[in-house]
Design a binder for this molecule. Structure first.
Ligand code: NAD
Ligand code: GLY
Length: 367
C-alpha cells in the first residue's frame, strides 16, 4: 500500500446540514496533517487510543498536533475496556489538559476506541468536537460514521451512549496493513451487510471482486470502503437517530448478538456474528416466503468466498440462542422484531415474527 495521499483519495460527505462532515478514505491520510488539522478549532486536543494502536500510529498523529496543547489517553485493548470508568478517566485527562469548549478529541483506533472517545467528547462541556481516525476495516465502514457513541455496562453492550457526530473521519487505509487477518474479515462482513441491505449493484460488484479484496488490493479496497460509507451516509442523513430506516443496518444483528453472547464474546468477533446472523436472517426470510433460495445461496457463497464463518459454532444451543434473541433492544411488547431480507439489496423491519419459525431455522443450522 502506498504511504502518500494521492488521487486515490475518496471523499464522502455525510449530509447533516451544519453538522455534516467529510469521510476521507485513502492512503497516507494520517500524515496528510494539513487536511485534518484544519478541522481543529482550538488549541487543545486529547488523542484517545489503545495500547495496541498507539505504538503503531500515535507518532504520525503527533506530527500533526505540533504547536498545540495535547496529550494522549490510552486504554487497554479490548471490548471489556469500553467502560464508564474509562470515560471518567478520559474526562479527567481533558480537565488536566485545561480543555476548553473548542478542544477536540481525536479517536485513533477501532470501534472500541471510537465509541468511547466519541462519548467522552459528547460529555465534556456538553459536547465538543471529535475526529474519528479509524484503524480497523470495521470502524472505517461502520462505527466511525453516523455518530453513534457509547460504552458498555455489566448489564449489556452499548447500553449507554449519545448521538454525537464527528467533525471529520480520516480513514487512512495504510493502517490496515497491520490489522490481523481475522479482524480484516470481520470488517468485510460489515461491507457485505451494506450491500445486502440496500445496494444490489454493490453486492454484484463484491461477488466479482472478492478475490481482490481477499488480497487486500488497494484500489478495490478503497472502492469497497467508499461504497459502504456512501450507503451508510445516505441512511444516516435520512434517519440520524434511528426512527425508522437506520434500523435496517442491523440486518443479522439479533441473531449475531445472540451468537456473540452465547460465545461469551470470546468465540466470535462482532463481524463474524453478523456474517452468520445475516445468513440465518436470510434463511428465516426464505422460510417466511419473503426471499428465495437463490438469494440465500448468493449470500452464502459470498461470505464463504470472503472466508467468513457461516455456521453456528459447535455446542451452541438453539433454545439458549432464542432466549438471548428475546432480549434484543428492537423487540416490542414481548414479540420478536427482526430485520428480514427481501433478497439482494432489500431489507425490511418485521414485527411479530413467530418464535417457532426462528427456532426451526436455528435448529436446522445446528444439526
Ligand atoms: P476493536 O476496536 O476492538 O479493534 C479490533 C482489534 O484490532 C483490537 O485488538 C485493536 O487493538 C486492533 N487494532 C485496531 N486497529 C489496528 C491496526 N491498524 N493494526 C493492528 N491492530 C489494530 O474492534 P472493531 O471491530 O474495530 O470495533 C468493534 C466495536 O465497534 C464494538 O465495541 C462495537 O460495539 C462498535 N461498533 C459501533 C458502531 C457504531 O455505529 N458506533 C457500529 C459497529 C460497531
Ligand atoms: N451500526 C449501526 C448504526 O450505525 O446504526
Amino acid at each position: 500500500m502506498s504511504t502518500h495521499a494521492s488521487s486515490s483519495l475518496r471523499t464522502i460527505d455525510v449530509a447533516l446540514g451544519t453538522r455534516g462532515y467529510p469521510v476521507w478514505i485513502g492512503p497516507g491520510l494520517i500524515t496528510d496533517t494539513a487536511r485534518w488539522r484544519a478541522m481543529l478549532r482550538g488549541r487543545h486536543a486529547l488523542v484517545i487510543s489503545n495500547t495496541t494502536v498507539a505504538p503503531l500510529y500515535l507518532e504520525r498523529v503527533a506530527d500533526g498536533l505540533d504547536g498545540l496543547q495535547w496529550s494522549p489517553f490510552l486504554i487497554d485493548d479490548g471490548e471489556a475496556h469500553k467502560t464508564f470508568a474509562n470515560v471518567g478517566r478520559a474526562l479527567e485527562a481533558l480537565a488536566q489538559l485545561g480543555a476548553t469548549r473548542d478542544a477536540c478529541v481525536v479517536a485513533l483506533g477501532g470501534g472500541v476506541v471510537g465509541d468511547l472517545a466519541g462519548f467522552s467528547a459528547a460529555c465534556w462541556m456538553r459536547g465538543i468536537d471529535f475526529i474519528q481516525m479509524p484503524t480497523t476495516l470495521l470502524s472505517m465502514v461502520d462505527s466511525s460514521v453516523g455518530g453513534k457513541t457509547g460504552v458498555n455496562l455489566p448489564a449489556g453492550k452499548n447500553l449507554v451512549g449519545a448521538f454525537h457526530q464527528p467533525r471529520a473521519v480520516v480513514a487512512d487505509i495504510d493502517t490496515l496493513a497491520t490489522l490481523p487477518e481475522r479482524e480484516y474479515r470481520a470488517g468485510l462482513a460489515e461491507v457485505v451487510k451494506g450491500a445486502a441491505i440496500g445496494d444490489a449493484a454493490f453486492f454484484a460488484w463484491l461477488e466479482q471482486r472478492a478475490a481482490a479484496l481477499n488480497a487486500r488490493e488497494t484500489a478495490p479496497l478503497i472502492e469497497a470502503i467508499a461504497r459502504k460509507v456512501q450507503y451508510k451516509a445516505g441512511v444516516v442523513a435520512r434517519d440520524e437517530t434511528e426512527q425508522g430506516e437506520r434500523a435496517l443496518l442491523n440486518l443479522g444483528h439479533t441473531f449475531g448478538h445472540a451468537l456473540e453472547t452465547a460465545g461469551k464474546y470470546t468465540v466470535l468477533l462482532h463481524g463474524e456474528g453478523v456474517a452468520i446472523g445475516m445468513l440465518l436472517a436470510a434463511k428465516l426470510s426464505e422460510r417466511l416466503g419473503m426471499s428465495d433460495a437463490g438469494d440465500t445461496g448468493r449470500l452464502h457463497r459470498l461470505l464463504e468466498t470472503l472466508r467468513l464463518p457461516t455456521a453456528i459454532p459447535a455446542g451452541m444451543d438453539p433454545a439458549q440462542l432464542l432466549a438471548l434473541m428475546r432480549l434484543d433492544k428492537k423487540n416490542l411488547a414481548g414479540t420478536l422484531r427482526l430485520i428480514l431480507w427481501r433478497g439482494v439489496g432489500r431489507a425490511e423491519i418485521v414485527s411479530g415474527v413467530g418464535e417457532a419459525d426462528v427456532m426451526a431455522v436455528l435448529e436446522a443450522a445446528t444439526r
